[in-house]
Design a protein around this ligand. Structure first.
Ligand code: FAD
Length: 397
């Protein structure tokens, strides 16, 4: 893998030199992630996007980067800051949001559930092999009839019989789950009505993931509709420290900043492509970047990206300091995804016709942004969380 050594702070999308706040060692990691994404992912990703397939051959390369569980301490994980973890998500999404999402699900949601809610034994069993990508994780919360309202009650149920739990129900949209080795399933215990987490291993009888086809966004991410019919899971695979939806919410709180960083990366990738296009594409005998209205589009994009990145940088610093609350993460997720959606739209506009051709990549960013906009809390849900915090009134129902 070739690594070009140049300061990341000279990036065209890093107008305020935000990368410069990192140590050289951490910047070096971002270089390696960037080089990997540009060399190994960018050349092949459109074909996989068209075919709705995941490029499994990139997994050894991802493992070599040593980035799974980047901000977790112990269990052979690197123990870096969540700020670096976020910037890593940004680097991935700058080239492709599907691969960033694959990582967000594996390293954030799945490993994060075990890291926060697993017993010591469960962490020892799963986290080192997941860090090495020998085992791939998925996270199953959303259901066909329960999306935003997950905190209000899941329909997937768990019934205990001695040392075995029996799961019944369906999960929808579960990323990586067509091939994951372990899927964290959140289900309601019929005994006490509380939500509990279960580590369901690949091939467990009664556990049937089916690939969801014909998506118009994040087509490389393998989302599954999972049906569980009398799926038996040993008590040893119940997440021992997950006792209610509050524990599920703690996992989502930990990962939500990562989604805001993905939004920044997606916007930045589209902006950098648009800027290059503006400098090269000629109309009326000159580069279109010389036209005032084209410059206006570029400046709007850069403003969106810079504002979002400053916000999410501070959010990650607060997370690292242990002072980030739900509403802080929700404000960034809502704001950055709105700005991302606008930015990729401007990039598409700047490329005009070529903006809808996959070959020019920007069209893929526009489509993929739609999924980032809605997953891990829609704009409406995140607004309600912030609204409750600032007014003191809950407007959820
Ligand atoms: C590509 C992709 C990947 C995903 N990956 C995963 C995954 O790996 N694991 C997982 O568990 N889930 C996953 N999800 C699910 C995702 O988190 C949900 O799509 C999201 O939570 C929204 O739920 P919903 O789609 O059912 O929409 P709904 O909840 O049905 O919402 C529909 C609309 O109603 C609005 N709405 C709902 N309630 C209110 C309210 N009280 N007030 C105002 N407006 C409201 C919403 O904002 C939205 O606009 C994924 C989704 C996508 C698209």
């Amino acid at each position: 893998m070739s690594v070009v050594k140049k300061p990341l702070s000279t990036d065209k999308g890093d107008f305020y030199h935000i990368n410069a706040i990192l140590s050289e060692e951490d910047q070096d990691l971002l270089f390696r992630v960037r080089a990997f994404m540009e060399d190994e992912v960018a050349p092949i990703i459109n074909q996989y996007w068209i075919r709705e397939e995941f490029p499994h051959q990139i997994i050894p390369g991802l493992a070599a980067l040593n980035i799974a569980g980047l901000a977790y301490h112990g269990y052979a994980c690197p123990g870096k800051s969540t700020l670096l973890d976020g910037m890593m998500a940004r680097e991935m999404a700058r080239v492709d949001s599907s691969i960033a999402t694959f990582m967000g699900v594996h390293s954030g949601l799945a490993m994060g559930s075990i890291y926060l809610c697993g017993s010591e034994e469960q962490k020892q069993q799963w986290l080192p092999s997941m860090r090495r990508f020998e085992k791939i994780g998925a996270f199953g919360l959303t259901e066909p009839e329960v999306g935003s309202g997950a905190s209000g009650g899941l329909m997937t149920i768990a019934r205990r019989e001695g040392n075995t739990w029996i799961l019944n129900g369906q999960k929808k949209w579960i990323g990586n789950a067509t091939f994951s080795d372990v899927t964290v399933i959140w289900a309601r215990d019929v005994e006490d009505n509380q939500v509990k987490g279960f580590l369901v291993e690949k091939g467990t009888p009664g556990f049937r993931p089916e690939k969801m086809k014909d998506k118009i966004a994040l087509r490389v991410v393998q989302n599954a509709l999972i049906t569980m019919e009398d799926c038996r899971v040993p008590e040893a695979n119940r997440l021992q420290r997950a006792n209610s939806f509050k524990d599920t919410a703690a996992v989502l709180r930990m990962t939500r900043a990562g989604v805001a960083w993905e939004a920044v990366g997606c916007a930045r990738g589209a902006y950098e492509l648009a800027l290059k296009y503006a400098q090269e594409r000629q109309q009326f005998g000159r580069p279109i970047g010389r036209f005032q209205l084209v410059q206006d589009l570029l400046v709007r994009m850069l403003g969106n990206i810079t504002a979002s990145e400053c916000m999410v940088m501070r959010l990650s610093q607060m997370q690292d300091a242990g002072i980030m609350s739900d509403e802080h993460a929700s404000l960034a997720k809502a704001f950055c995804t709105v700005r991302m959606r606008e930015t990729v739209g401007y990039a598409r506009e700047l490329l005009a016709g070529n903006g809808i051709l996959l070959d020019h990549h920007v069209g893929r960013f526009v489509a993929d942004a739609e999924a980032i906009y809605s997953y891990e809390g829609t704009r409406e849900m995140n607004s309600l969380i912030v609204g409750r915090a600032i007014t003191g009134f809950s407007a959820f129902v």
